[in-house]
Design a protein around this ligand. Structure first.
Ligand code: ATP
Ligand code: MG
Length: 561
């Protein structure tokens, strides 16, 4: 869908209204704020496309801000992966920022709040603090530390910063309203002691600010105009605003938090924590396993940035959380790969075919179009010979009239080649067909213009010439989970729905033009799907992933009663 064709989404309406009521275009600024505690997933793609899409639409800068306030879970590896993924999706950030760059400023502001009597050090345990929080219908009760003097608070907070205390000994809390209807306003914790090295600030700090105290203030420092986050932060907005109220200089722009719905994808989980569990338990081979819904997994699987952007654009943004069927994502990658991939032939489940009337030792190089969707893709030559492989599934000794593939006495066209007729077959002791003998019509060569070449037969099969074929490991994937919403069951853990059969490795026989395929190259293996060269490939030892089949086999299965 083109940018111009679709109507504005509700976030764009908010921005348009702001522009009408006095914001200048130059005031607009956005950010994408990942926490570097895992790899980005397809849910993040929605947020990335939203924020960077707004940047493009309004010609406004978009920062990449790492929300790195929890050294217990964050790592440099994740920072690097996130940068790689956002760039790969095709977006350019204005500046790279880190919440940790603001630790000094946040500390100074916290001291300011203490001085104004708006924050205090609480020395109770987290259990005691939780017990005083009250319930949504009953007010909380005040901490015995709530009325500490400013001097004592300043002294203790400085001690917290200087490492004088153990973890859990003290926290800094905002002094707001223990009776607020919004539980988050009941004196939320701003800082805790954490004796952990941070991937950027190392051991400079042993107190770390919490999300609510960090996020809006980082937005303010960066002068982000619209801070877009997912719906679970809706109740946090009041606190976001409260913190800003204490700080905002009226000459500066005041950021606005606005919320949109999380996007979930069917048959998978989109939560870094759960994806980490899949990695750590060995269910998958890392964050970029092609079965993962991570951006890096999708990239390795053969997805294109365009297909992910088109998917995000199509689902748009919503005000309610929902689950998008993974078949829509597959639709988009299929649609894009159909346009850009060269067609090649490969056989994954081989059955030997011998053409009795084709001269032994002879070879022919047939013309094959690279992509019927793209004339500029040109053509190539593929070798034909007396002994070929076709797919096991494409032959039956006997079959009814609806079977348009090869059966004894029947004819099919070999793609880009000749019409053949199956004459007989050989079986092993168990009765499995191991070879088919046929004859070919020498005048029926595709594209030769003869009457015979124009003769219509019902079936066309892909094939490879046995003496010319190269082999490759081909990885075929199925859904990682057997359930559409594995993490939506109250009584069952999502791990119980892991599909034990989500990866099949087979040896494929490929036309020789694929010999020099490079990591990342994408192809359509005719009649089998779209494939790409996996990062495990080495020269002479090709490994392919099936990105997606040509048609949606699951949609049909799912409809069965
Ligand atoms: P996770 O639970 O996977 O860690 P998160 O929301 O904690 O997700 P962040 O790194 O904080 O992850 O997310 C960065 C941005 O991406 C946030 O603005 C967040 O709201 C948004 N985001 C995360 N998951 C989704 C999703 N499934 N759909 C839309 N936006 C998302
Ligand atoms: Mg998170």
């Amino acid at each position: 869908m083109g940018e111009e064709e679709r109507s504005l989404n509700f976030i764009e309406h908010i921005i348009e209204d702001d522009l009408e009521s006095g914001y200048g275009r130059e005031d607009l600024r956005f950010r994408f704020p990942p926490e570097p505690n895992g790899y980005l997933h397809i849910g993040h793609a929605s947020s990335i496309c939203l924020n960077f899409g707004l940047g493009l639409r309004y010609d406004a800068p978009v920062n990449l801000r790492f929300d790195d306030t929890n050294p217990a879970k964050e790592e440099k590896e994740y920072v690097e992966a996130i940068k790689r993924d956002v760039a790969w999706l095709g977006y350019e950030w204005d500046t790279e920022r880190y919440a940790s760059d603001y630790f000094g400023q946040l500390y100074d502001w916290a001291v300011e709040l203490i001085k104004q009597g708006k924050a205090y050090v609480d020395s109770q345990t987290s259990e005691e603090i939780a017990a005083q929080k009250g319930t949504p219908t009953e007010p909380g009760s005040a901490s015995p530390c709530r009325d500490r003097s400013v001097e004592e608070n300043l002294r203790l907070f400085e001690g917290m910063k200087n490492g004088d205390f153990k973890e859990g000994e003290h926290v800094l809390r905002a002094k707001i309203d223990m009776a607020s209807a919004n539980m988050l306003m009941r004196d939320p914790v701003m800082y805790r002691v954490l004796h952990k090295a941070h991937h950027r600030t190392n051991t400079d700090w042993c107190i770390y600010p919490l999300y609510d105290w960090t996020h809006g203030e980082s937005d303010y420092i960066e002068q982000v105009s619209h801070s877009l986050c997912t719906l679970e932060f809706l109740p946090h907005r009041e606190l976001y605003d409260w913190f800003l109220d204490q700080l905002v200089d009226s000459a500066k722009l005041r950021p606005k938090q606005r919320e949109f719905a999380r996007r979930n994808l069917s048959h998978t989980v989109v939560s870094k924590r759960k994806l980490l569990q899949l990695v750590e338990s060995g269910v998958v081979n890392g964050w970029d396993d092609p079965r993962m819904p991570t951006i890096s997994g999708l990239r390795r699987r053969g997805y294109t940035p365009e297909s992910i952007r088109n998917f995000a654009e199509t689902i748009g943004i919503a005000k309610r959380d929902n689950v998008v069927d993974v078949s829509l994502l597959e639709f988009h990658v299929r649609e894009h790969l159909n346009k850009i991939t060269p067609r090649v032939m490969a056989v994954l489940n081989p059955l030997k075919l011998v053409i009795a009337n084709y001269e032994e030792g002879k070879e022919e190089w047939l013309d094959a179009e690279n992509n019927p969707e793209d004339e500029s893709a040109g053509s190539r030559k593929i070798p034909f010979s007396r002994e070929l492989y076709i797919e096991q599934e494409d032959f039956r000794e006997e079959a009814n009239r609806k079977f348009f593939r090869l059966k004894l006495g029947g004819e099919v066209r070999l793609k880009n080649g000749y019409i053949i007729k199956a004459e007989s077959c050989t079986k092993d002791v168990e009765g499995n067909v191991i070879e088919v003998q046929c004859t070919y019509d020498p005048k029926s060569k595709s594209g030769s213009g003869t009457e015979e070449s124009l003769r219509k037969v019902k079936g066309t099969l892909h094939w490879v010439s046995i003496p010319h074929a190269i082999t490759a490991e081909v990885r075929l994937y199925d859904r990682l989970f057997t359930d559409a919403t594995p993490d939506a069951h109250k009584d069952k853990d999502f791990m119980e729905f892991v599909n034990p059969d989500s990866l099949h490795k087979v040896t494929g026989y490929l036309e020789p033009s694929l010999k020099d395929a490079q990591v990342g190259d994408r192809f359509q293996f005719q009649r089998l799907g779209y494939f790409n060269v996996d990062t495990d490939s080495k020269p002479g030892e090709l490994v392919f992933n099936r990105t997606v089949t040509l048609r949606d086999t699951w949609a049909k299965l799912d409809q069965k009663p």
